[in-house]
Design a protein around this ligand. Structure first.
Ligand SMILES: Cc1cc2nc3c(=O)[nH]c(=O)nc-3n(C[C@H](O)[C@H](O)[C@H](O)COP(=O)(O)OP(=O)(O)OC[C@H]3O[C@@H](n4cnc5c(N)ncnc54)[C@H](O)[C@@H]3O)c2cc1C
Length: 516
């Protein structure tokens, strides 16, 4: 017999065929099992600590970490084949550090991943290099570029290697809710069986197209653009081992190495419509509007890649985290929070969240819903500095640039480039934010407002005239009307949040003692 909390008792031995789960309302469920935490023979119920929906970057990394902490984890993933997507191929240095902290760093070792040491920013043939600030870290700490599919398969294999993590193929169709508490999920297996699984905690990591987030959050999804994904082969980057950001109108783009022979181009196309791939409009767009901005040493390789025709697109979705605190369930990864893909930050935020969450929940009794809720609130607040820095800067800059009148845009883009070209000591903090290595919310504020003020000031130049003053005023008011709501949507509560969850310091000391 195992006491899970005052209201929950699990009666079973590892050899027993049944376990009895006595729930809050003294309802007893008889679960037919192979062993106390094993697979259901009848296929109806399981005894888990945690159910994870989705084994992408977030779900797989979380499953491994919770499994390592001794939890019984059931992961249900819609498709266990190697993912074939270009979403999530540049990991920021802070994301790499988190991989390392979680014991997952070998997942980037056998996939021809490339080290990335910073950004080179281009505009009209001029470039400025913004190296990551890595001097205080070990030699292996840097960004990484890789093929998404290989990385995720490695994460899945790592999670599945733990005996207490069960990874299975199935599509979760709904959450099981009783009296306002999530008790588990209903899912359909790959052979068409409809099953249910129960656990005191369900973590929903079903990605950017999440069908379940609406039950656990108030999603406010913005769809500013699409991105085109293209692989350019066998050419050298002008700044080797760097990601390149090309500031251009109408389409900004980033490129970075994803293997020793491949460079990923991610080209943004603002607005709801895309040129058609099938009738050749897209190829024409890429050759006429994008190719002239591509660094000259990569031009012919870029054109060959467009001619090859392997052009793929994805919609961009941005969404501030707005979870509805629900007992028994949590959201994580893109299901919780999304930012523009050009920031290359989604995986870093997800891995940071997992490290935080697992640290907080390490020795928590997951059946004690009230305490878990308090820790969940703490998690949603302490994750904010990272997500605030990596979401607010790129999202507000993007929204401002594409909302101002066309005639102001070129001037604003030029001023943004000049801002990035300022003395390196000034941009050090900015690089700290982009890489996720130094994410102070006040620094984020400082740079949002410093960029805005710099661009506004630049509009007066060379000599203030009535036209220029008017243009600057239009820019400033339009920027303020976008940036302020973006900041408010992300939430400011964390800046003033100082609480610790119950017994946190006591638990932390015990954890530290156990470690030593
Ligand atoms: C075009 C593009 C480019 C990007 N580039 C980068 C980048 O360079 N760097 C970066 O850090 N981030 C990038 N991102 C963001 C990054 O892809 C995500 O932040 C990251 O993949 C989030 O991981 P996740 O586990 O939440 O979601 P995913 O990795 O999408 O995983 C979700 C998983 O849930 C499964 N699933 C969905 N529904 C169900 C269901 N009902 N039942 C069971 N399983 C289900 C899916 O099959 C999938 O395996 C990019 C995003 C886009 C759109």
């Amino acid at each position: 017999m195992q006491y899970l909390s005052a209201n929950h008792v699990l009666i079973a031995s590892p050899e027993s065929k049944f376990c009895y789960f006595i729930g809050k309302k003294s309802r007893t469920k008889k679960l037919r099992i192979k062993n106390a935490f094993g697979e259901s023979r009848s296929g109806i119920n399981r005894c888990n600590d945690v159910i994870i929906v989705g084994a992408g970057v977030a779900g797989s990394a979380l499953a491994f970490t919770l499994g390592k902490d001794g939890r019984q984890v059931q992961v249900i993933e819609k498709n266990l084949n190697k993912p074939d997507t270009f979403a999530g191929e540049l990991l920021q240095p802070a994301g790499y550090l988190k991989l390392s902290e979680l014991g997952l760093v070998d997942c980037v070792r056998d996939i021809d991943a490339q080290m990335v040491f910073g950004y080179a920013v281009y505009k009209d043939g001029k470039s400025v290099r913004l190296p990551y600030l890595l001097e205080n870290y070990k030699n292996d700490v840097a960004g990484r570029g890789f093929r998404h599919g290989g990385f995720v398969q490695n994460l899945r294999a790592k999670a599945a290697s733990l005996p207490n993590v069960k990874l299975e193929e199935g599509t979760v169709t709904s959450l099981i809710e009783e009296g306002g508490t999530i008790k588990g999920v209903q899912y359909k297996t790959s052979n068409g069986q409809h099953l249910r699984a129960y656990a005191p905690l369900t973590v929903v990591c079903d990605g950017c197209f999440s069908s379940l987030r609406k039950f656990l959050a108030k999603p406010k999804i913005d769809k500013p653009s699409h991105v085109v994904g293209l692989i350019v082969e066998n050419c050298e980057l002008p700044h080797p081992s760097h990601a390149h950001l090309v500031i251009a109108n109408p389409s900004a783009f980033v490129l970075y190495p994803i293997s020793s022979t491949e460079i990923r181009f991610l080209i943004d196309i603002p607005g709801p419509k895309l040129p058609s791939i099938s009738n050749g409009q897209m190829a024409t767009f890429l050759k006429t509007m994008v190719a002239p901005k591509v660094p000259p040493e990569m031009y012919s390789a870029f054109i060959s890649s467009v001619d090859k025709g392997d052009i793929r697109t994805m919609p961009i979705r941005c969404m501030p985290a707005a979870p509805r605190h629900t007992p028994g369930a949590l959201l994580l990864g893109d299901a919780l929070n999304m930012r523009h893909a050009l920031s290359g930050a989604g995986m870093t935020v997800a891995l940071n969240d997992i490290a935080l969450l697992c640290d907080l929940f390490k020795t928590l009794d997951l059946w004690d819903t009230t305490t878990v809720m308090k820790y969940t609130t703490h998690f949603y607040n302490t994750r904010k500095p990272m997500s605030f820095a990596l979401n607010v800067l790129p999202d507000s800059a993007y929204k401002v640039i594409y909302s101002i009148p066309e005639e102001l845009r070129e001037k604003v883009l030029q001023a943004a480039f000049d801002y990035l070209s300022l003395e390196f000591s000034f941009t050090r903090e900015l690089v700290g934010l982009i890489s996720g290595l130094n994410v102070e919310s006040w620094t984020t504020f400082l740079h949002v407002f410093a960029t805005g003020s710099y661009v506004t000031g630049a509009m007066f130049l060379p000599v203030p005239s009535p036209d220029r003053v008017y243009a600057a005023a239009r820019f400033a008011s339009s920027a303020a009307s976008i940036v302020i709501p973006t900041i408010l949507d992300e939430g400011l509560g964390h800046l003033f949040y100082t609480e610790s969850p119950p017994n946190y310091s006591e638990r932390k000391t015990k954890q530290m003692e156990a470690k030593n």
